[in-house]
Design a protein around this ligand. Sequence first.
Ligand SMILES: [Zn+2]
Length: 98
Amino acid sequence: MQETLLLDERLDDDAAAARAGHLLSHLLEKDALDPESATDCDAFGRAALEAEERAHRIEATLLAELGRPEARRDPSVAARAVVEAYLERCRSARGSRQ
Ligand SMILES: [Zn+2]
């Protein structure tokens, strides 16, 4: 299996390393994060929130280890924002507000 991590080139080395940890956790846990392929948006949202909270906690831990001030941000807030965007896409793909 070969996978490619896509990292924002605007990130500095520390932030890119922490983001890589976040993305690798999704890969290793085989998180299903494609909102357009979900059949049940509510179930998808619950699983996605759990996955994003885990990944954002890992990213925050790595940032803290690197002494970065943004490590103090609440990982749950970032995770919820990401999942809200996923849910918009899921509901749009389903053509409803389920
Ligand atoms: Zn994520």
